[in-house]
Design a protein around this ligand. Sequence first.
Ligand code: FES
Length: 255
Amino acid sequence: MSQKNGNTDNQYTFKIFRFNPDVDREPYYDTFISGFPRGTTVLEALLHIQETMDDSIAFRFSCRSAVCGSCGMLVNGAPVLACRTQLMALTGDQVLIEPLPNMDIIKDMVVDMKPFWDAYLRVEPWLHVNEEDTPEKEYLQSPDEVRKLDPYINCILCACCYGSCPVLGFEENYLGPAAIAKLFRFMSDSRDRRGAKFLEKVNSPQGLWACHTIFRCIDACPKDIRPTDTIEALRRKLVVYRFKKFFHLLKQDQK
Ligand code: FES
């Protein structure tokens, strides 16, 4: 322990994942030891290490306040936002920093988010409206309709759920929890007109049916969104839609 500006600093040992595919054959870990006062976040510690010990460490960040979603990484094996994770909240004084899994490494903790964004675009994450019922002023929603969306609207697309999903470890074309939760958010929106038929687009082993309901995405989400629940809800909706379609066709055949 050391005294600094009146604060009691705790000593931490950081083991930081390092890999630059352009230069390194294999990933390796660098160790840094430093003291930090209460209230220091993992991101602040990383910035301090970068500024004072090794300016070649690469990681993403922007807002420093759990809004932009850039600083997702593994801290002691758990996918978290570095800017929202305090050192004192970790068990012990060893801090293992690694990149989010399921994405290629560009450098150190900076991963290639392209597969994440590609999956996101596959669910068409915007309001689908009918030209005919476009209102003259704006779309109105009741407070109840907005409340229905509230639990899902806070997603900041940090990819912590994507990095935590074991299915993406062997099924790289899986849409992933964030994209499906976003689809649920739009399909639950009273202004969206795409209807259950849209779910045919994600009715595949790489779509709604890939999830093994392991719930890691729920544990990982820093915004308390429950992607597994949305996957289950959309599966139910799809099954009902297909039953209705089947019986409708059956009735037509019998006419
Ligand atoms: Fe923006 Fe962490 S820096 S979410």
